[in-house]
Design a protein around this ligand. Structure first.
Ligand code: GDP
Ligand code: MN
Length: 423
């Protein structure tokens, strides 16, 4: 599960990480008032208007705008609420923007080019994140001196500019590690304890909230003032992903879920306890067990096909859940064939067979006709397999596009042939 930036900022603030204040709006009228409230008392008022969508790359797409007057704020808000945002992280048709964050903007200190890295002058923008590194089986702190809108490019072109600090599973991020990273990032003087404080708090938040990703990009340094002679270290954008398996004990996070984050199919899958992940291929997969689902996708690819989804009906799916699973798979217009791969352990093959039959008898195509039109390849093995096969055989008239497979390789071969993949 993800949350929006305005919620992410609140979360950072609740752990004591410095974040400029802001307000959420969903219409243009009233923006001027918010602008005035947010910039009240500033000698040179400046705010930032930011689209609240579940995708990054907003800055480059024109959906993060610095504004200095109420009129500019209204203009930016009008643009963002009436245009879809398209970035490398959105679907090609872009995302509709329904909400905006109007936040107090900060000045970002200029960065002098250092002899050490020979980089061009820029702004003091850093990348800071904690995530899970599956390779080393640890949480890891990831940081870079070159944060901001080009971080993906930096990671690609200069992998050495990305610092990775593994975290001890028991002790978490320790202060000496945070200090080391702060120095490596180039923080100086009074900036160091501020950066260390942000890192330690982010690490605490990561664990407390069952995150799979906690990211600040950019973390910035503001220009020096008489009160803060080395500037202030402030987070101006954040992104979180939470482990869905932890949501039962993260009630206040679960309540923040935005249904817009999910497609209709994903919401339906969730309702019936199915693990469903849409992919870009054309072979729908209906499988029980995550491991078997992965193996099924692998073997489809081995035979030249492309899976259209990952769908695990679980160990004890009901007939109804199987029917629902077919509905979800077939609602994807790209699906040209379906592979059902079931190993009956706790799940009985006859239950699956009955689910398939019910689905075939009840599935309504968009034009109103009933029944499956795409080729269906079924491989059943395990508990009550004979009974399952017999049921399917008896219902063959209702499932004319069905072929039975003898084993997994045979199933993959048949479904790939059915969607016209050359062997
Ligand atoms: P993203 O492109 O979706 O990651 O959106 P961000 O919130 O990270 O904003 C993109 C860029 O806009 C940042 O890297 C900054 O350079 C700039 N920016 C955003 N907020 C502010 C701000 O308050 N002050 C200044 N000076 N620049 C900002
Ligand atoms: Mn950002």
């Amino acid at each position: 599960m993800k949350i929006h930036e305005y919620q992410a900022r609140d979360l950072l603030a609740s752990f004591g990480i410095p974040v400029p204040p802001g307000q959420v709006i969903d219409t243009v009228p009233g923006v001027d008032e918010v602008f005035r409230q947010i910039t009240a008392g500033q000698s040179s008022p400046m705010a930032v208007v930011k689209a609240q969508v579940h995708a990054g790359g907003r800055g480059k797409a024109g959906f993060v705008r610095l504004v200095r007057t109420a009129d500019e704020a209204a203009e930016a808000a009008g643009f963002m609420l009436s245009n879809r945002m398209i970035s490398p992280q959105t679907p090609p048709e872009g995302l509709e923007v329904q909400r905006l964050l109007v936040a107090s903007a900060v000045e970002i200190a200029d960065r002098a080019p250092t002899a050490k890295d020979g980089s061009a002058p820029g702004k003091e923008e850093f990348y800071l994140a904690i995530t899970v590194d599956r390779r080393i089986r640890r949480n890891v702190l990831i940081a870079s001196r070159y944060g901001g809108v080009d971080i993906e490019q930096v990671a690609h072109d200069h992998p050495d500019a990305i610092i990775k600090e593994p975290l001890d599973p028991v002790l978490g991020l320790q202060p000496f590690q945070a200090r080391k990273v702060a120095f490596e990032l180039g923080f100086r003087g009074r900036q160091v304890p501020q950066a260390v404080d942000v890192m330690l708090k982010l690490a605490r938040l990561f664990i407390a909230k069952d995150c799979s990703l906690a990211e600040i990009n950019p973390l910035v340094i503001t220009p020096p003032t008489p009160e803060a002679t080395d500037g202030r270290v402030v987070a101006i954008d954040a992104k979180f992903s939470f482990d869905d398996n932890g949501l039962f004990r993260q009630r206040e996070l679960a309540a923040m879920a935005d249904p817009e984050e999910f497609t209709h199919a994903e919401r339906r899958a969730h309702e019936f306890n199915l693990s469903y992940i849409p992919l870009s291929g054309n072979i729908g997969c209906l499988v029980n067990g995550a491991g078997l689902a992965m193996a099924t996708m692998d073997i489809i690819k081995l035979h030249g096909g492309e899976p259209a989804n990952f769908l695990d009906v679980g160990g004890s799916a009901s007939e109804q859940a199987v029917t629902e699973a077919f509905g979800i798979i077939l609602s994807d217009e790209a699906v040209q064939g379906v592979l059902v791969n079931i190993f009956g352990g706790i799940m009985r093959c006859d239950v699956i067979a009955q689910g398939i039959i019910n689905a075939a008898r009840n599935y309504r195509n968009p034009d109103g006709t009933v029944g499956f039109r795409v080729p269906l390849v079924v491989r059943l093995e395990g508990t009550n397999v004979e009974r399952g096969r017999r049921l399917l055989e008896e219902a063959r008239r209702d499932i004319p596009t069905m072929q039975a497979a003898t084993d997994l390789a045979d199933a993959a071969r048949k479904v790939c042939a059915a969607v016209c993949v050359e062997p």
